[in-house]
Design a protein around this ligand. Structure first.
Ligand code: ADP
Ligand code: MG
Length: 715
């Protein structure tokens, strides 16, 4: 037999022609190694062979017997080809029907011993086994397709599990060459099988227990690598030098005393964590996580105040112009009386205090350090903006903004600025411990006192009219309303379509991109329709505007500003208004097709209201008219973190921001639901790096890690 290596291209394996090769490539499989790592997404348990006279209708069973007869039959009506066979064992005989596989008769003919697995059905013409998988029995040959536990693989058109099983079995010959790269004491401690055993058992397990152990090992492997990756990033950042920001107790005291409210304990604790970080001469890398309205801005203002008073500059980045303006106002208010110079820079504006100044003058003020705090959009990180001594970058609502942009700002400063990233998107614990694992986290898990509760209601179809009437009354009382249109979902779901046959799977290349474009257009259509419905039929007396993904940024800003200035009453929108805008006069958030959104996102929408002194409401309409337990969870719970955990449980990690594109392998992905497991991978990685930060004693692991890095994209 030919000796394969792990790098042998699949094309070199026996009996593969161009056509099939393409299909392998489509699944992302090019080498023997890829085949070995193409894991089943489930198993069929065929371990029990049933005598023919004991077959039960509608159950999947495995039988073994002799082929008595086999014929192709053409059905003219349905333009389908049928292959019918009669199989018998010593208890009886049974009819078997295959659909559209006329070539089977070349392999299966009378006199052959065969093993079959499929569903036993009662058709109009009597009982039969439908479309079974089969294997011809040769005495002593190991059965791959119908005996014991059978792996079922993510397949593509024309490349079914059966085919994959055959080639993966071939590839397993090379598994000898795979070397264990996880330290043995970790395997022992975590009770995980060694890699070769795990490879064999994940594909062809003797029983389900072996399969589970193997899966656990690979899930561990993937998460462990991810942990090493993020932790090493963290370690290397700690080697850089940052500005030391001095803790000035009196200054902070003065700031706190001037506030018109008492800080929450969570705000104090977070501010303290930030202050302690910035006292060191190592760059802070911290994520401040807090529900909408939890008061992140005040915490950021404290950090900025300390930094500015130590004599350094601060850049404060917001995702949109409106948000930048909002922060500019808020920070000016909070830091009033501290004799600081605060500027606003967007593509449209350059302002210092209330005064608009020339762009070049502004840039000059940044460069010579006259401006202490510069608030702005991405315009702030253009090449022509140079800081004198930028010591702190604050970023609002852009999770992964840090890494790249900080690097850009870096080039302009000898020392690395501290980074404070803020988000209102609740992130489940398992994610902060993995893909956000290089960040330190501060939590605002407590709301300021006296916050009103938003009344959340699921509106059944028959109460829609009443809800509209309610909305009209709110508007008559001077309030405003958001309407969110349903999200339109892609018709085909990408990859891992669990079809173990020649049907289904991924479409042509680029399919997803086209779907995405279609998606935006259908959302635009949905918004336009809703807008029309509301303006023509429901609220002809109100001023309504709309927002969607096809509206240019400039115009979007104008629509938002008009809404903020109360020039319109109702704003109809897709999910684009999700992020941080503060319009306290809006008291109703009406969500159409609420059942199509994730909990975390619904919670975000809801957080857009209830920011002023008026009682606010969130109305949930569902497409089907039915209430899911997801919607009921939203009615019951107003804590973003709890909802995020629930969402993770119900819908899995794929829906969280940045996860789908992250390249995190499937098994690791599934394990992101399991906090204890995630913690154990983190623990092992931390301990190992403590002993050997450069992994010098673990060259195989180190090599594996550099390969892993290439496949991961954290945003
Ligand atoms: P977010 O975390 O959503 O960014 P903000 O920082 O915008 O929240 O704060 C929301 C509102 O709550 C602001 O008007 C702010 O002044 C106010 N606020 C912040 N902290 C407190 C507090 N401890 N008590 C009362 N109000 C507060
Ligand atoms: Mg905010």
């Amino acid at each position: 037999m030919i000796k394969y290596t792990l790098d042998t291209p699949i094309g070199k394996l026996s009996r593969i022609n161009e056509r099939y090769l393409k299909k392998f490539h489509k699944l992302g499989l090019t080498t023997v190694r890829d085949l070995l790592y193409h894991f089943p997404h489930r198993y069929d348990d065929y371990s029990k062979i049933v005598p023919i006279n004991a077959l039960k209708f509608d159950e999947v069973a495995t039988i073994q017997g002799l082929v008595q007869k086999i014929d192709n039959i053409r059905t003219f009506k349905r333009r389908m080809s049928l292959t019918e066979a009669i199989i018998s064992d010593n208890t009886g005989s049974v009819k078997v029907i295959w659909f559209n596989q006329p070539y089977l008769i070349k392999n299966i003919f009378p006199g052959k011993s065969i093993s079959l697995s499929g569903k036993y059905l009662l058709g109009p013409k009597g009982p039969y086994i439908s479309n079974p998988s089969y294997e011809l029995l040769i005495i002593g040959k190991f059965m791959t397709h119908t005996a014991g536990i059978i792996p079922v693989y993510p397949a593509t058109i024309g490349l079914g599990s059966r085919f994959l099983r055959y080639y993966i079995k071939l590839a397993l010959i090379a598994s000898d060459q795979i070397k264990e790269f996880i330290p043995y004491d970790i395997l022992r401690k975590q009770k995980l099988p060694e890699i070769k055993t795990a490879l064999i058992n994940i594909h062809f397990p003797k029983n389900m227990k072996f399969a589970e152990e193997a899966k656990k090992r690979f899930a561990f492997e993937e998460l462990f690598l991810l942990q090493l990756f993020v932790l090493k990033q963290k370690i290397s950042l700690q080697k850089e030098i940052a500005f030391k920001v001095v803790f000035d107790k009196n200054l902070i005291q003065k700031f706190v005393n001037k506030l018109p409210f008492r800080l929450t304990n969570a705000q104090r604790k977070s501010a303290w964590e930030i202050i302690r970080d910035m006292e060191k001469n190592k760059p802070m890398n911290r994520l401040l996580q807090g529900d909408v309205g939890s008061g992140k801005t005040v915490v950021a203002a404290m950090a900025a105040l300390e930094t500015a008073k130590t004599g350094f500059q601060i850049a404060f980045l917001a995702p949109t112009e409106i948000l930048a303006q909002q922060h500019f106002k808020e920070i000016n208010k909070l830091l009033n009386g501290f004799n600081l110079h605060i500027g606003l820079l967007t593509s449209a504006e350059n302002k210092v205090e209330d005064e608009t100044i020339k762009r070049n003058d502004f840039i000059e003020k940044v460069k010579n350090g006259k401006l202490n705090i510069v608030i702005g959009t991405h315009a702030l990180i253009q090449k022509n903006i140079k800081f004198k001594n930028l010591a702190l970058v604050i970023v609002d609502e852009q999770h992964r903004f840090g890494v790249e942009q900080r690097a850009m700002l870096l080039g302009r400063s000898k020392q690395i600025p501290h980074l404070l990233s803020m988000t209102a998107t609740p992130i489940p614990r398992t994610l902060t411990l993995t893909i956000y694992g290089d960040l330190d986290i501060s939590l605002l898990d407590e709301m300021p006192e006296g916050r009103q509760k938003i009344i959340t209601k699921i509106v059944p179809p028959e109460q829609r009219k009443q809800a509209y009437e309610f909305i009209r009354r709110e508007v008559k009382n001077g309030r405003q309303v958001f309407v969110i249109c349903p999200r339109i979902e892609a018709s085909t779901s990408p990859s891992t379509t669990p079809l173990d046959s020649t049907r289904g799977g991924l479409g042509a290349d680029g399919q997803l991109e086209i779907d995405h474009r279609k998606l935006i257009w259908s959302e635009v259509k949905a918004v336009k329709e809703e807008y029309e419905k509301l303006t023509m039929d429901i609220f002809p007396d109100l001023k309504i505007s709309m927002l969607h993904g096809k509206i240019k940024a400039k115009e979007k800003e104008k629509i938002m500003t008009d809404f903020k200035d109360k020039k319109t009453d109702v704003l109809v929108s897709t999910s684009v208004i999700e992020v941080g805008i503060d319009i306290p006069n809006t008291t109703v958030m009406m969500i159409e097709g609420a059942d199509r959104f994730g909990l975390a996102q619904l919670h975000q929408f809801r957080g857009r209201v209830g920011r002023g002194k008026h009682q606010s409401y969130c109305f949930l309409f569902s497409t089907s008219g039915e209430t899911t337990h997801r919607l009921r969870a939203l009615v019951k719970c107003d804590n973003g973190f709890e909802l995020a955990e629930k969402d993770l449980e119900i819908r899995g990690p794929g829906q969280f921001y940045g996860i789908k594109q992250s390249g995190i392998p499937d098994l690791a992905m599934n394990s992101l639901k399991d906090l204890i497991f995630v913690k154990s991978t983190r623990q092992e990685a931390v301990e190992l790096l403590k002993k050997d930060p450069e992994l010098l004693k673990y060259p195989l692991l180190s090599e594996k890690l550099s390969q892993f890095k290439k496949t991961i994209h954290l945003e």
